[in-house]
Design a binder for this molecule. Sequence first.
Ligand code: AMP
Ligand code: ZN
Length: 123
Amino acid sequence: MDNCIFCKIAAKIMPSEIVYEDDTLLAFKDINPAAPVHLLVIPKQHIGTLSDCGSADAGLLAQMLLLAPKLAKEFGCALTNDANNGLTGGYRTMINTGPDGGQEVYHLHLHVIGGPRPWRGRR
Ligand code: AMP
Ligand code: ZN
């Protein structure tokens, strides 16, 4: 897609802070982070929205979602549970879809948001 900024990031025509890459996915830092950790996971292939996905994309969506806890661990916001402190850490995973969903970039992306609170303007 010629005019898609995330396709340009995937093609490395546009710079980004890449934190993960494999054959199908790319993850990079959000340029306007809402929290201490704010990463975006995208398919390299252009898909506009979650609503454009079908059963053929089930594996891709699973890969995107399952990358989140790995990135969270790498970036220090894994969910942990120990006898002394109970549940700590954790992160938010979010896919915004369409105008009412608050989607600004029409290339499917999964937000992975975490780190010590408070976070900017979000609960
Ligand atoms: P959404 O509202 O779900 O479409 O989120 C789009 C996200 O992309 C926002 O959090 C933006 O800050 C982020 N974003 C936009 N352009 C870039 C870019 N060039 N590099 C990294 N993140 C970006
Ligand atoms: Zn795209």
